[in-house]
Design a protein. Structure first.
Length: 730
């Protein structure tokens, strides 16, 4: 017998080994980890399949060292899904399988879950939990929780306490107040009491009814609901119904770190054991969450993109919240789309899949139109809350001073005077996007990229937002010694302007720079929620799922970059951003208002969006895509190459194109051409686009082509990668 083993290596193949000595064949189940010799080292591999023969001569076959797992870490369904994804996205199988495992398992640590329970010791039983509640509230709560469960509970049940319960657990263990014991199959206790939610509206009820009615079968839904229409309530009820039948719900969200509120809401409202899976977790917690998912201990699994590969033992429902979000597509390495894989996984597991958004991707809207997805609509906000009207401010008539026009400043005053909060959105961090010489026109540029440096005044630094390079801020122009001026606005500059205009109002700025420190985001959000700060300025970070009930005015400082973007999805992203930001206003019973500053208020795209809403915009955008033969009407794959020598990527892509033409398949090859930003981080970049009317010929080309590419002599001089269904064309 020969073992076909995947190793974490950038090679598009499996490696053959002989089974370890004295290994009973029934232990060799696909999906287990096996320790193998590789070169002079040992590596952790994953058994994909067994075969009766190898292409290698017998004397070159090495023997695997030992089996790590009794039970597969990747069950049959998941293994098949991953193998499919490896073929579809043209990514090496070893790296794909590895991506599905927590780091601890990649390193070979044991996966078996100790069947341990937690209970109070005699010492712990004697502690007065009320007496310590002011000093250590978390410990007090955990003691109380355990006191109510005399037979003990499982560690995962403690997750219901929220916060950093694992740390608290450790502290109590160290004090000998609690102990681990061998669990003897006592019945599981309900972890917490669920807080009841609002009475569902008719539309919410209808959506929940459809979804829960299809539990047990594959059924893809687009939940199209304006911001604040109560989509999350629908997810919660559907997850509750799935759990009542003993099934697990997987909820994918764009970024958990940015939405602590959402995690708490799920926890409090469902009272079900949950697992969180995202890249911000320490290894051990991630492994614990992975185990809870696999054992079925967690009923709800909330995670980011990579959680699509979570080992759900009993998957009943998949939710992809904010399904239009670009973060669901990985942009480097294994370039998969978690949203698309969610639909595939739902199909394979006979589970309904709910894609939710106020601004769905054009792909999903098209899938509804074609009858592939069922649309569920939440057209209104519950109660008296209404979606805010959007007004434009023509910057050609109302000049902006340091970013803010008079009408916007005037509106801010009005809203603040009424005791409400104001949010300003600008998708540029830093102080100013360029530092410019008024004398000779010199602009501070990155030495390694075709890009300007952004001025960060707080740090007195120039920073390149593309490669991270930094430089000192020169006092005068290096060419002509004239004075330098910051041009344009970033969030820091708006913050400065606001401090001048509203000296008595503290301003909270939220962008990648301001929330770097751990806990900084929470502090800032808290200042907004408590009302301590009433002016909020920030980037994209603010648009993702936050609920600011007292914000009644949203100002979009500048969205013009998106109007003339060269990328295929530039206008779609712009429309989504405008509506998502606008959706932060008027969420409670306070009516909201949105002001959009623009140099081009009459731009047809903007007009379409403002007069007909997202639906009308989407129809127009889809017609444009159809006329241009872009997705979702066609299918794309992008071959990217980069090198430090300028000509190398183009040479490689020309050779690649010649190879592709050889297959004589019904695909269109576009390029090669330099990337829109040709030089980044000191490397020159170019790309070749492959376009096809259906997926069939595209896939038929990619498989053999990619193998040939690796053999091309020109390939040795470049770094190259294939991106199937690319999110961006640069
Ligand atoms: P979305 O996920 O669509 O942005 P949410 O589910 O977060 O919307 O709901 C927005 C707000 O409306 C929340 O404060 C939520 O508690 C409230 N809400 C949702 N559904 C209802 C309802 N049926 N009745 C009253 N309030 C509701
Ligand atoms: Zn100059
Ligand atoms: Zn740079």
């Amino acid at each position: 017998m020969v073992l076909k083993i995947a190793l974490n290596a950038p090679l598009r193949r499996l490696f053959d080994y002989l089974p370890p000595h004295d290994c009973p064949p029934d232990r060799l189940r696909p999906g287990i980890r096996i320790l193998v010799p590789f070169g002079s080292r040992r590596r952790v591999g994953i058994l994909v399949e067994t075969a009766t023969a190898s292409e290698l001569p017998a004397n070159r076959l090495r023997r695997a060292l030992s089996i790590i797992d009794d039970d597969p870490v990747l069950d049959e369904d998941l293994l098949e899904l991953l193998c499919w994804a490896s073929r579809y996205y043209q990514h090496p199988i070893g790296e794909v399988l590895t991506a599905a495992l927590p780091t601890a398992l990649r390193k070979g640590r044991p996966s078996a879950e100790p069947a341990a329970g937690i209970r109070l010791t005699a010492l712990g039983s004697g502690i007065d939990s009320d007496a310590i509640s002011s000093r250590s509230p978390a410990q007090s709560r955990m003691l109380k929780f355990l006191r109510e469960r005399e037979g003990g509970c499982e560690a995962t049940d403690l997750a219901a306490l929220g916060g950093s319960w694992r740390d608290t657990l450790k502290r109590l263990r160290n004090k000998n107040w609690i102990e681990d014991f061998e669990w003897e199959g006592a019945p599981r206790q309900a972890p917490a009491i669920a807080i009841p939610g609002p009475q569902l509206t008719a539309a919410q009820h209808e959506a929940v009814r459809s979804i829960t009615g299809s539990l047990g079968q594959f059924s893809p839904y687009l939940l199209f609901g304006v911001t604040g229409s109560g989509k999350t309530e629908v997810y919660l009820e559907a997850a509750r119904a799935a759990a009542a039948r003993g099934g697990q719900t997987l909820v994918l969200v764009p970024e958990i770190g940015l939405t602590p509120q959402l995690v708490d809401r799920f926890r409090q409202r469902l009272g079900l054991p949950m697992a969180l899976l995202h890249s911000g977790l320490p290894d051990s917690q991630r492994l614990a969450a992975w185990r809870d998912t696999r054992s079925g201990a967690a009923a709800v699994i909330l995670g980011t993109r990579s959680a699509i590969f979570a080992p759900l033992s009993n998957l009943a429902l998949i939710v992809v919240d904010e399904e239009h979000d670009a973060s669901f597509k990985q942009q480097d390495g294994f370039r998969y789309s978690a949203r698309d894989l969610a639909v595939l996984r739902g199909r394979r597991s006979n589970a309904p899949v709910v894609l939710g958004s106020a601004t769905p991707s054009l792909e999903s809207i098209y899938n509804v139109r074609e009858g592939r997805y069922t649309q569920l609509e939440l057209p209104h906000r519950p109660g008296s809350a209404v979606a805010p009207p959007i007004r434009t401010v023509d910057l050609k008539h109302h000049a902006a001073t340091n970013g803010l026009s008079t009408p916007l400043v005037f509106a801010m005053k009005q809203h603040l005077d009424r005791g409400n909060q104001v949010l300003l959105y600008l998708n540029r961090r830093g102080y100013a996007p360029a530092l410019f010489c008024g004398g000779c026109g010199w602009i501070a540029a990155c030495r390694r990229c075709d890009a300007h440096m952004t001025l960060h005044r707080e740090a007195s630094q120039l920073r390149c937002h593309h490669c991270g390079a930094t430089a000192a801020v020169a006092a005068t122009c290096p060419e002509c010694a004239a004075d330098l001026h910051p041009v344009g606005e970033g969030t820091q500059r708006i913050e400065e302007t606001l401090a001048r205009l509203f000296p008595d109002e503290p301003v909270v700025r939220i962008d990648r720079d301001s929330v770097q420190r751990r806990g900084a985001l929470e502090e800032r959000l808290e200042a907004v929620h408590s009302g301590a700060a009433r002016i909020l300025v920030g980037t994209q970070m603010l648009t993702k799922g936050h609920d600011f009930p007292n914000v009644t005015l949203v100002g979009i400082v500048n969205a013009d970059q998106g109007l003339f973007g060269t990328d295929l999805r530039a206008s779609e992203r712009l429309a989504q951003t405008i509506l998502q930001v606008a959706g932060r206003a008027g969420r409670a019973d306070k009516p909201g208002e949105v002001l959009l500053q623009s140099q081009y208020p009459d731009h047809p795209l903007l007009q379409r969006l403002l007069t007909t809403g997202y639906r009308g915009f989407a129809e127009a955008a889809l017609s444009e895509r159809e006329a241009a033969a872009w997705p979702p009407f066609t299918y794309l794959a992008l071959l990217r190459a980069e090198a430090s020598a300028m000509e190398a990527p183009l040479n490689f892509l020309r050779a690649a194109r010649a190879k592709a033409e050889h297959f004589a398949l019904p695909v269109t090859l576009l390029g090669p051409a330099p990337a829109p930003m040709q030089r980044r981080a000191g490397r020159f970049r170019a790309q070749l686009l492959v376009q096809a009317d259906t997926r069939g010929p595209l896939q038929s080309l990619l498989r053999p082509w990619v193998e040939q590419l690796a053999e091309l002599p020109a390939a040795k001089k470049v770094r190259w990668a294939v991106d199937v269904d690319p999110g961006e064309l640069f």
